[in-house]
Design a protein around this ligand. Structure first.
Ligand code: FNR
Length: 359
């Protein structure tokens, strides 16, 4: 019926340690809760008697026409949740006409993820974007970008909120620190030097700075998005450094705890970006009404993290498909109730109680 029920279904099926890994966040999980609570606090104020027989919900992202203003945000380790892992997720996204951001910490190699998306949507051009953590050794970053580019990824999403890993209390208590035997971060297998079959560790590095981003910018012509910029000043700096888009994200409350809900930050970031590049948002999106609120406040599209994992855990490809179908139906229903002919009609006039823009 709705996305929350997928969480219950997944919870019954998953190892409780793996459930906690997905559901949990950093420290006291203040931000995990805030993301959803902030959406609930914002009210929608509909218009009336502006009927339209159907409502347009497609959006163009970097030249790609997506059927929905929803992308799959990058989440690690899909084979932990379903045997087909990222292959199942990619098929569901491609068939739904939705962008999938595949993670650097994927348990299926990026070439196989893109191949699965292509095979699932013959005749279409599925969009898979690659999420990247800049690595302190530039050669490693370059090798990963080469892999993603050769695989056919259409954009790079650089996650910049993780100079060190967030402190996840649940994982620490559960003793969950690594993938079980038989699963690995396949994008880091046989990368550069090392024994054949060797899987390199993903490095989080507090030494990274804008120079590292400039190096990446100069090395690729793919669209480059930054994920995890929260301060409006950093949003402006990012644009000065030539990024092509931003994904406003607090990592689902999994990095620095007590940062604001992303939807509360959106007006400030939208003001800083001023329409110059696409602005995506993730964190706490669970309903069609959440999508409408985010788009009304200036987002080009939203991302979902946990809900796709719940769908995957509940029923593989079919579960992810159903999660996207539910969002599609709820979005259309909300647009109709708001008196909108499509997502193009969504403006701040449609919401009340949103955090005032700092301009
Ligand atoms: C994530 N997220 C994430 N982000 C990223 O940039 N690289 C990654 O490897 C991961 N891995 C990851 C694993 C799991 C299990 C979760 C739940 C999340 C964060 C993700 O991209 C996204 O920002 C949030 O999940 C969005 O919030 P919601 O939709 O989960 O509330």
């Amino acid at each position: 019926m709705n996305l929350r029920e997928f969480e219950s279904a997944a919870r019954e099926l998953l190892d409780p340690v793996h459930y906690d890994y997905v559901a949990g966040g950093a420290d006291d999980e203040v931000t995990v809760r805030a993301n959803e609570a902030a959406f609930a606090r914002i009210a929608l104020l509909p218009r009336v008697l502006r009927g339209a027989a159907s409502r347009e919900s497609g959006v163009t992202l970097f030249g790609h026409r997506a059927s929905l203003p929803v992308v799959l945000s990058p989440t690690a380790f899909h084979r932990l949740f379903h045997k087909e892992g990222e292959v199942a997720t990619a098929r569901a996204a491609a068939r739904a006409g939705v962008v999938m951001i595949t993670g650097m910490a994927s348990t299926v190699a990026v070439a196989d993820v893109v191949e699965a998306a292509r095979a699932a949507a013959p005749g279409r051009d599925p969009a898979v974007w690659f999420q990247l953590y800049l690595q302190p050794a530039p050669g490693v970053t370059e090798a990963l970008v080469r892999r993603a580019t050769e695989a056919g990824c259409a954009a790079l999403v650089v996650t910049v909120d993780s100079p060190v890993l967030g402190a996840h209390t649940r994982n620490a208590r559960n003793g969950f620190h690594d993938l079980p035997d038989g699963l690995a971060c396949e994008n880091l297998r046989d990368l550069l030097d090392g024994e054949p079959g060797h899987v390199r560790q993903i490095a989080m590095s507090p030494t990274l700075d804008w120079d590292d981003l400039d190096r990446l910018r100069a090395s690729t012509s793919l669209p480059l998005l930054l994920k995890g910029v929260l301060h409006p000043d950093d949003a402006r700096i990012a644009l000065d450094h030539g990024v092509d888009g931003l994904l406003l994200s607090n990592h689902g409350g999994r990095q620095l705890d007590t940062v604001p809900a992303t939807i509360d930050l959106l007006p400030e970031i939208a003001a800083a970006v001023a329409g110059r590049v696409p602005l995506l948002l993730d964190g706490g999106v669970r309903r069609g009404t959440d999508i409408v609120k985010a788009l009304a406040l200036g987002a080009t599209a939203v991302g979902i993290g946990r809900p796709a994992v719940w769908g995957l855990a509940a029923d593989g490809e079919n579960g992810v498909t159903r999660v996207l179908d539910i969002l599609r139906r709820e979005l259309d229903h909300t647009l109709a109730l708001c008196g909108a002919t499509g997502i193009a009609d969504l403006t701040p006039a449609l919401v009340r109680n949103a955090t005032a823009s700092a301009g």
